[in-house]
Design a binder for this molecule. Structure first.
Ligand code: ACO
Ligand SMILES: O=CC(=O)O
Length: 525
């Protein structure tokens, strides 16, 4: 087996996580699965090229039997039967404690879009998960003592590892960089799977950014291998898959089918989904050009088609349908902003509960009650609404791809906001914070991806703004220069300058970079 080499700097308590046994377990995962990961990433480009040339995607003819077959996913374990409110957040120590105490049923412990994968964050996130699972996690910070409360039910931990595309420079196996997803999954599983089972929970995961059922098959094989290696019963791992890429929307059934012994549901990851629609069809013509990011809502016809199909697919197969993130967050200093955010989140969760979702996401502890209240109204004493099978729903490929009917337009204010948010977010990411409050919205990698890919698409299509200006690279550079001047008073030059350069690269390069976090990762030391 390839030998593990730890290349990242030492991290406090890292020796408890990067033990020889844990590294050997990761080496086994890499030996078995890294090459297949590489092949599947290559397959992504081939499929995208087909969509670019045809401007189309469709349900797969070769998997029709699966879509029409009679099968169900495994029954949910007790800890995942009631998911009416899920809080998401990075695994820093304070957020971990606050999330577990928040009153949410589930905590999505985010090693992905809300986390900058600095080696220190990668390892300390695992230290925090280790302590969280054992309920020993405490912190002294800002004159406050943090610990798990005795009088609330602690949220069930569901870990989101990085997507398949990201490598990890802090570790190598046989001289090749580790696969980020296998590191995140493997360390949590190795240290905590048995401990979680002893406590009546289990190793539960959220799987991000998949583009096909073959990628789901790979995850399923990883789970089976991990269970076998550690002597844990097959089917103990439970995974909720984020449907957050446009090709995956055409394979919801197949993804559940591949993971059926390990699946617990699908989530409508709306932000990455929007990013994916733009990215996939960025050069397929005007009909895929979307209006300003913040004006595309969940009631746009193509977004509605996606969520309706998701609920229908899940409940047909006995899987949970989990709603997405309304990005509005409260602001302690501004009651008006807070009141408006609460109203918007309430409306969003009310719509989702009415549509048949079994629960949904919030980004902030201040939103937990609102989400719970809206789901309580629909669920009452029932833990979920798997029985609402939504048989009347039927969604076509054209409906999923109908970006053209989205109301709204591209505006100069929208362009400026995209540049401003993009730069602010990248500066935050580079500093080690993968999630940030920007203009009273939660921003993470997914939301920032929309901003920069939208700019790229508008330039490529020469989109006309409300001012009559056509979006060109020159126009965007002008906006960039103005925004950079404004932000100089707020962001240190050592973060602002690389953030501006990176934004320019990911928004204006001739060749569209697949993920902004790839060139950003190259920049971190
Ligand atoms: C599109 C997607 O992929 S969504 C999923 C990925 N994104 C995320 O998970 C982002 C989750 N949200 C966050 O990270 C945060 O809410 C932020 C960064 C947006 C804002 O955080 P802050 O600036 O700290 O907000 P604010 O000052 O209002 O926080 C108030 C308190 O709530 C805590 N808090 C805020 N958000 C969270 C959270 N998601 N989980 C746990 N605690 C939280 C803060 O730690 C703070 O605690 P304290 O009073 O003990 O100091
Ligand atoms: O990951 C979730 C999303 O909305 O993107």
């Amino acid at each position: 087996m390839s030998e593990a080499q730890v290349l990242g700097d030492p991290v406090e308590r890292g020796d408890e996580i990067l033990t020889p046994e844990a590294l050997a377990f990761l080496a086994g995962l890499h030996e078995a699965f890294a090459a297949r990961r590489d092949e599947l990433l290559q397959a992504r480009s081939k499929r995208r090229e087909e969509a670019r040339t045809t401007g189309k995607l469709d349900f797969l003819p070769e998997t029709k039997e699966i879509r029409e077959g009679d099968w169900q996913v495994a029954e949910a374990p007790p800890a995942l039967r009631d998911r009416r409110v899920e809080i998401t957040g990075p695994t820093d120590r304070k957020m971990t404690i606050n999330a577990l105490n928040s009153g949410a049923k589930v905590w999505l412990a985010d090693l992905e879009d809300a986390n900058t994968p600095h080696w220190a964050n990668v390892v300390s996130g695992q230290v925090n998960l280790y302590d969280a699972v054992r309920e020993t996690i405490t912190l002294e910070s800002g004159g406050k003592s943090y610990a798990l409360k005795d009088d609330v039910e602690h949220a069930t931990i569901v870990v989101r590892p990085r997507g398949w595309h990201l490598d990890e420079r802090g570790l190598s196996f046989g001289g090749r960089q580790a696969v980020g997803a296998l590191v995140d999954f493997g360390l949590h599983f190795f240290h905590n799977a048995q401990e979680l089972l002893n406590r009546g929970k289990g190793p539960y995961f959220y799987l991000p950014k998949m583009e096909s059922h073959l990628e789901a098959r790979l995850w399923n094989d990883v789970f089976t291998h991990a269970e076998k290696t550690l002597g844990i019963e097959h089917g103990t791992v439970r995974a909720t898959v984020l449907i957050e890429t446009i090709p995956a929307a055409f394979e919801m059934e197949e993804i559940l089918y591949e993971l059926r012994e390990h699946a617990s549901g699908l989530n409508a990851g709306r932000w990455d989904y929007l990013f994916s629609v733009i990215k996939y069809f960025r050069d397929a013509g005007e009909k895929f050009v979307l209006p300003d990011r913040n004006s595309v809502t969940m009631t746009a016809p193509f977004m509605r088609a996606y969520t309706e199909l998701l609920v229908r697919t899940c409940h047909k197969r006995g899987a949970f349908a989990i709603g997405g993130m309304a990005a509005f967050i409260p602001n302690r200093k501004d009651p008006e902003v807070t009141a408006a955010a609460l109203d918007k989140v309430r409306a969003d969760k009310s719509r989702e509960a009415g549509d048949g979702f079994d629960g949904s996401w919030v980004a902030h502890p201040g939103m937990v009650d609102i989400c719970r209240e809206e789901f309580d109204k629909v669920l009452g004493d029932k833990p979920n609404q798997l029985d609402r099978t939504r048989d009347e729903v039927s969604v076509t490929a054209d409906q999923l791809l109908d970006a053209a009917s989205t109301p709204g337009g591209a505006t100069a204010a929208g362009l400026r906001a995209a540049v401003d948010v993009g730069i602010r977010y990248i500066a935050s990411w580079l500093s080690g914070n993968g999630a940030a409050a920007i203009h009273n919205l939660m921003e993470d990698a997914a939301t920032a991806e929309i901003s920069r890919s939208q700019v790229w698409q508008w330039v490529r299509n020469g989109t006309q703004l409300d001012t009559g200006d056509k979006v060109t690279a020159e126009l965007v550079r002008g906006v960039l220069a103005e925004v950079r001047g404004e932000l100089a008073a707020e962001i240190k030059p050592e973060l602002l300058e690389p953030a501006v350069e990176l934004f320019e690269q990911v928004a204006l390069a001739d060749e569209f970079p697949d993920f902004l976090t790839l060139p950003a990762y190259e920049r971190i030391k």
